[in-house]
Design a protein around this ligand. Structure first.
Ligand SMILES: Nc1nc2c(ncn2[C@@H]2O[C@H](COP(=O)(O)OP(=O)(O)OP(=O)(O)O)[C@@H](O)[C@H]2O)c(=O)[nH]1
Ligand SMILES: [Mg+2]
Ligand SMILES: [Zn+2]
Length: 337
């Protein structure tokens, strides 16, 4: 379980929510069974889950044409991007089976339980902004998660219009991002206020990408510029906290005119990696990973052990102090430690 301790009231509330969810899932399951035995359905065919609504999903048979579907109880774990076998119905269809996933991006919910976010993606676009300011280690946490599932990450700094005329903020952002291109990660800069999004368009072409990141960084706003017909809801930052207000509540997939598709996802509060092991985190740091196994001691924790290959690399400047500090912080946050 996660390090987070729940108060009794929180625990009670979660239990209630789960009971309610289970009830709704049972109802959806019953509706699915009824539709399947009622014989009012179209033939079985393949489709793509383009959105998830509680206990139902929207399934698309051809681009732009989708229908809501009931889910059987064993398919409640479906997410946007999943490929399925389904039958059209009137007015609601039924998903019959889930096809194999090529990839899945998961994240822990606020209570430490791992939840899939999107499936069959080949690119994760981590969107950050000068405001709301990125949480400490947020970028590295996402990069570790992306490396672990072997999906290419791209870092996207949005709202660069806010940097105009603010040298200090500009410098802070430049310092935050400087390391990543040297590690081979792509960094894009965008704004919805002016100019085109050509570089972003090009990065998205012919790929299945998902926008992830904190609430309020402008994920849905960017999609509205890329695809005006998407017409997604966007929400101003809270005036008191200057943070996002969690406007997007469900992951939704859109097809891009130049080929490829893009999934919008709900913003996060915090990106915990509590569920990971120290070995996974080590391998998730591109510059640490090749040195693993070169330390003098097999169980080296890279703290202050003699003959530590990683500390030597920090010393020589091959690994940046900042990334090493980030590694330490993430390891310290793991459940197993
Ligand atoms: N100045 C500026 N504001 C932006 C830009 N992009 C988005 N915003 C504003 O940022 C706020 C949040 O935008 P959203 O698109 O709702 O953010 P989101 O990342 O989808 O947030 P969640 O759905 O909560 O995860 C809105 O008030 C947008 O108008 C930008 O490039 N520059
Ligand atoms: Mg949004
Ligand atoms: Zn070591």
């Amino acid at each position: 379980m996660s390090k987070r301790k729940l108060s009794r009231q929180q625990a009670w509330r979660i239990e209630k929510i789960q009971e309610e969810r289970a009830k709704r899932a049972a109802r959806s399951d019953a509706a699915a069974e009824q539709a399947l035995t009622g014989g009012e359905l179209g033939p079985e065919r393949e489709g793509l889950v383009v959105a998830h609504y509680g206990t139902q999903v929207a399934v698309e048979s051809e681009p732009g044409k989708s229908q809501r579907c009931h889910l059987r109880a064993n398919l409640q774990g479906l997410v946007t991007g999943d490929r399925v076998v389904w039958c059209e119905g009137d007015p609601v269809g039924v998903v019959v089976a889930q096809l194999e996933r090529e990839s899945v991006l998961s994240r822990p919910d606020p209570y430490g339980k791992l939840k899939p976010v999107a499936a069959n993606i080949d690119q994760i676009i981590l969107v950050i902004a000068p405001l709301p300011e990125p949480h400490a280690n947020l970028i590295d946490r996402y990069l570790v998660a992306a490396e672990t599932v072997d999906i290419e990450p791209v870092i996207l700094l949005n709202k660069i219009d806010l940097l105009d005329g603010d040298r200090a903020l500009q410098q802070r952002m430049d310092e935050l991002l400087a390391i990543y291109p040297t590690l081979g990660y792509r960094v894009l800069r965008t704004t919805i206020k002016h100019g085109a999004l050509e570089e972003l368009h090009a990065a998205l072409r012919e790929r299945v990408s998902v926008f992830v990141g904190q609430s309020g960084v402008g994920k849905s706003s960017l999609i509205n510029v890329l695809l005006p017909e998407a017409d997604l809801r966007v929400g101003a930052l809270s005036e008191s906290t200057q943070k996002g207000i969690h406007t997007t509540t469900t992951a939704q997939l859109f097809h891009l005119s130049g080929g490829g598709s893009l999934i919008d996802s709900p913003g996060i509060r915090e990106f915990g990696l509590w569920h990971m092991t120290r070995e996974q985190v080590e391998r998730g740091f591109r510059e640490i990973s090749p040195l693993l196994g070169s330390c003098k001691f097999r169980d080296c924790q890279h703290q202050q052990e003699p003959g530590c290959a990683i500390l030597q690399a920090v010393e020589s400047g091959e690994i940046s102090e900042g990334r090493m500090e980030s590694y330490r912080r993430i390891v310290a946050s793991l459940d197993e430690v």
